[in-house]
Design a protein around this ligand. Sequence first.
Ligand code: FCB
Length: 405
Amino acid sequence: MEFPKDFFWGAATSAYQVEGNNIYCDWWEWEKRVGLKEASGPACQHYQRYKEDFDLAKGLNHNAHRLSIEWSRIEPEQGQFSTKEIDHYVDVILSLRERNLEPIVTLHHFTNPLWFAKLGGWQNRNTLPYFLRYVEKIVHALSDKVRFWVTINEPMVYVHSAYIVGSWPPQERSFLKAHTVINNLLNTHIKAYNLIHNIYSRKGLSSPLVSIAKNMLPFVPCNLNLKNKFSAFLRNRSYNLAFIEKLIRHRSLDFVGVNYYTRHLVDVEKWSFRSFMLDVCQRNHQPLKKNSLGWDIYPEGLYRILLRLKKYNLPIFILENGICTEDDNARWDFIYQHLKNLHLAMSEGVRVLGYIYWSLIDNFEWDKGFGPRFGLAETDYNTYKRTARDSAKRFCAVSKTGVLD
Ligand code: FCB
C-alpha cells in the first residue's frame, strides 16, 4: 500500500495536555475546585522540553507536527498580552521549521483563559471579539512560519462534554445552552477564518489553509429497530455533518480536519430527547476490541466516514487518530488497521493530505488524568524521560518509505 510522496506524517499534542502549569486557564482553576483525582500540574513539562520532543518526532521520521497555542498564556488577564509568551511560541514554531516539521497550529483546544470563562465563555455572544483579538495577535506573529491553521478543536466534543453531559468545565447539562455555544463557535470560526486569510493577504503571503478538527463518529444502530435507526440518522446529521456543512456554505473551510477514534452503538432506551441524542448500548452487543478507556476499536469506520466526506470535494487531513493502551502491539495493530482503511478510501478517490497520530507522547487525558497511554513515546512522570515505543518505530518505517506492508 503506497501513500503519496508529499503525504504528511506526524503526531499531535495540545498545550494544556503536555505543557504543564497553565495557571491562568479555566481548567487549572476547575481541577482544583472540584478536586479532580489527578490534576494536570507540570503535565509532561513540554513547555521546557519542546526541543527534545521535536527531536523525538524528527527521529521518528515525521514531517509534520500538530500542536496548540494556549490562549491563557498569551492573554493571562483580559487585554494584557504577554510578549514573552508570544515569543515562546515563535521559538516553538521555528524549532519545528528547523527540523523540517510542518507545523499545524490549533488556536483553541478545549481550554479558555479563566477571565474569559468568568465572562460566560462561549455562552456569551459578546465574548466573540476577545477570541478574535487573540487570533489576530498570534496569527500576526506566526503568519510567515505557518501554513496550516486549525481554529477550533472538536467543537462538538467540547460542547458535548462541557455543556451536555457536564463532565468538563463549566459542567452545564443543557441542550439549550449547548445550542447557543454551537452557534457561537460556528460564528467564531467563520470570523477567524476570514481574519486569518486577511492577515495573510495584507502581508502578501500565500494563502494559508484553515480548518477545524472535526471529531467524526459512526453511529451504528444496535438493533435495527426504527427508534435506533432514526436516532442514528439524527445523530449523524447533528453531530457529524451539520457543523461542517454550515462552514462549507460560508466558504470557510480550506480542507476538512478529521479526528477519528471510535464508533457509538446506538440503543435508545426511552422516548426522550436526551435518550434519543445520547443513549449508547451498555450491554456490549456486537462486541469489538476496546482501548483502555473502553472505546470500541472500529477501523472500517474511518473508511466509511472518509467516503461520506468525499462529496464535499475538499481535501481531508487526519488530524487525530490513536489508541490508549497498555499493550503496544495493540497500538501498532490499531495504526496499521486505520492506515489500511485510509489507504482504501484514498484508492477510491478521497483526497487526503496527511495522517497525524494522537499523541506524540503520553499526556494528561483531561478528566481521566494520566492513566490512559496514547503516546507513540512513553512519558515517565517521575523523570519526564520519553521513550519511543516499538509501535513508534514501526510507524516510522511507514513514514520513511510511504509504504505500508
Ligand atoms: C480527542 C482530543 C484530544 C485527546 C484525544 C484522546 O477528543 O482532541 O485532546 O484527548 O481525544
